[in-house]
Unconditional design. Sequence first.
Length: 198
Amino acid sequence: MLATLFAVSLLVGAYLPQRIPLHWDSSGVVDRIGTKYELVFLLPLAAVAIFAVGAYAESRFILPSQTLRGFISFTQFFFILLVFILQIRGLLRAANIWVPIERLMSIPVLLLYLFISGMFGGADYLSLFGIKTKWTLSSKTVWERTNRLACVLFRLSAGLMLVPLFVYELFFVFLAAPPALSLAAAFIYSKAIYADDE
């Protein structure tokens, strides 16, 4: 991803004029002009810094579990992906191609959502992470079954979160509704299976 980021930035930068717009206000009016080198190098170098800090942390510190190492690696990847998307958007805008930031940002949000969804499936009983209701906290069986269902529901609902990429008018509906409905279903399920166990 870092190599692609630099390659795309250098390739597009070669065709940009020396001075380009670098920032726009809320109404879309340019409020800062700068050199193309700021655009070409600033964010890619920030991505390299994120990568270097993550690599140093993983080599310098002994992490207690594979799960935590995976979490740190994903966090590193996620922030580099954010920088990548912001850079692509900046290059497109410098070339007078307008893309709503929400559409681009929905991609890392979806990846983060899928990553967190997977954590529900392996959540240990009474751990800090998981669906916590009075029913799941009172029974290990209810905890495990509820969190496994939540994992499946969240992953299935992730498909609905792709809709905003194509139907911009429904962006906020399809970004908020799938997680909310999945969470509500998991809560209802936890109460139902707790009642059955009794």
